[in-house]
Design a protein around this ligand. Structure first.
Ligand code: ATP
Ligand code: ATP
Ligand code: MG
Ligand code: MG
Lengths: 154, 165, 154, 165
């Protein structure tokens, strides 16, 4: 258990550090054990430093920065443990246009090996999607599928 | 292996049977607020064995069954069928198409099945044993939960990590 | 205490019911005491029913619907107890274009008597603003003010 | 009465003194992720007496003082001045302009003042006694807190209500 666990942790650590600096175009981030001597029992803490900023506790990060860190962590897990498909429901709600663009560029790369189903209101995200499904509420309060074209969202 | 089709019937706001066909790559689901998009995410979590009704935004398990509107009767049961394409054989000993289903009647009777044969939840979990789906929170991200991941305590983060790898 | 409390509660109740059906263009919502006999100790529960839907627990509402209910509650309080100014930080993140439009139309009405300072990424919300302030991070990681014109956000 | 000006110096990411002049109506603050917009909301909550560092997204009160970057030294103190226009006389016994300020040094020394005269927090609270500001959570809505209001329990909702009216 220990060897396997340690090996996986190192792999996750490497992914997270790399993907973070791709999404933030710099800066650094890593995972550390709260108690380095007691690896098997202790907790894991996340440390993230956006480019040009000091190292501060992640609670001080902004809404959009927190979303980007969590997205980096998600992609790091998927790389270790690919999933037949992945559902992402409005993770882009807090992102500004610049960060959305970075997120979907990386998503496109990961989508070469994983299938993604994403729910979004953001136009920029729709531009990288291969298929589009519309849902709407009928008059009698029942959900139904409707066909949508990307141009409807212009 | 990828998600080929999802069929919902009587699940939350999907009173009438609805079927979504997916292909590989990135699919987007769009629509106005309250139209039923996140109910699709809940349907996928549920058919894969989600036990916590709170994480499906309800109070009691029955809340997943269409409870009626001013113009339509409530449903007697909720059913979700998830069909995986296994043509690439990534799951040995399983056919080219795997249909996982879950059904719940108002009476509380519930039933899981793989390719129409009734089974236990354990068997559904074992299909995804070596993949990232289901057991870890990382492949099914519900609305609002991306921020919660960062708010977890070091011990919680460790648990998420242990399940994920 | 009791008389004043009851009078305020009824006033809040009226506001909430009215503002909810303006924001949702129909439906109904109200506040109720969990223990109608013990008004002074009991809690308050919120009930909301969007148009065309059955009465269900608010936890089953969608992300956007929940934001709109909370916005209705906010405006209901402001009506009873106006504030010299009000700060609203990205309450529109989960709203679709249709709901944003309803939210800002009501905001414009309330802004005749209250000053609002709102932080937003959404273009539609900016269209009702009288003044625009830009914030940016300088190269050395320090926040500074920048002048912005609405056309920058085209 | 309305908010006329806000001055920040050494508060969170605002290392250099910054002054925002507001007028009545609706003002919008825009900018990229992480640029400092919500820090302005935090500054307003803080100068009005916010005691909980958690609700200012920090761990210890010192976290509100600019803690330096690669290119800039940390600040020795944080100061926020909030100036209200009281020309309409809605606050009797107060001048036409009311400046409320709060200062915190790294040493832990802190100081509130009204129109440059040192005062206790109670006095700041009494200015807003009959208005909706400060004491109730309803006039200062931080990022993400709009959804939390609906997640409060009936007892919490009652407490919010009692403070607000
Ligand atoms: N058992 C049920 N029967 C009927 N309707 C239900 C049931 N459970 C939930 N609903 C309805 O489903 C709607 C919520 O749908 P959902 O959360 O999927 O919306 P959404 O499309 O994700 O919207 P948003 O963009 O705001 O996130 C609610 O209006 C709710 O009343
Ligand atoms: N004491 C401090 N000293 C220096 N920088 C700080 C301090 N406290 C917080 N920050 C920085 O302020 C930034 C967060 O700013 P803020 O939350 O205001 O962003 P925002 O403009 O609201 O972004 P978003 O659009 O993502 O919500 C973080 O990057 C954080 O590192
Ligand atoms: Mg949703
Ligand atoms: Mg913010």
């Amino acid at each position: 258990m220990t060897e396997q666990f340690k090996a996986n942790f190192i792999k996750l650590q490497e992914n997270f550090t790399r993907i973070f600096s791709i999404l933030f175009e710099g800066g650094r981030a890593y995972l550390e054990f709260t108690d380095p001597t007691g690896v098997l029992e202790g907790g894991i803490e996340l440390v993230a430093q956006p480019p040009g900023k000091r190292l501060r506790h992640i609670s001080l990060l902004s809404g959009g920065e927190k979303s980007m860190v969590a997205i980096a962590l998600l992609f790091s897990f998927l790389e270790i443990n690919p999933s037949p498909f992945c559902v992402i429901d409005e993770v882009d709600a807090a992102l500004d246009d610049h960060n959305i663009y970075r997120y979907i560029s990386y998503l496109k790369k990961v989508a070469e090996h994983n299938q993604f189903i994403t729910i979004t209101h953001r136009r920029t995200t729709l531009e990288v999607c291969d298929n589009l499904y519309g849902v709407s509420m009928s008059k009698d309060g029942v959900s139904q599928l409707v066909s949508v074209r990307l141009t409807d969202y212009a | 292996m990828y998600l080929k089709k999802l069929r919902l019937s009587g699940f939350k706001s999907f009173a009438d049977p609805v079927s979504l066909e997916f292909s590989e790559g990135i699919s987007a689901i769009v629509g106005p607020n309250g139209s039923g998009k996140s109910n699709i995410t809940d349907a996928i979590k549920w058919v894969l064995g989600e036990q916590s009704i709170k994480s499906l935004r309800g109070k009691k398990m029955e809340d997943v069954i269409f409870s009626g509107t001013e113009k339509k009767q409530a449903s007697g049961y909720a059913e979700v069928v998830l069909i995986l394409d296994n043509k690439d054989g990534s799951l040995e000993n399983y056919p080219q198409e795997i249909a996982i289903s879950r059904k719940l009647f108002r009476s509380g009777e519930s039933d899981y099945a793989i390719n129409k044969k009734s089974c236990k939840l354990k068997e559904i979990h074992s299909i995804f044993m070596d993949t990232g789906l289901g057991k870890n929170g990382y492949s099914l991200i519900s609305q609002g939960s991306i921020e919660n991941i960062l708010a977890s305590s070091p011990t919680e983060l460790r648990n998420i990590f242990e399940e994920a790898v």
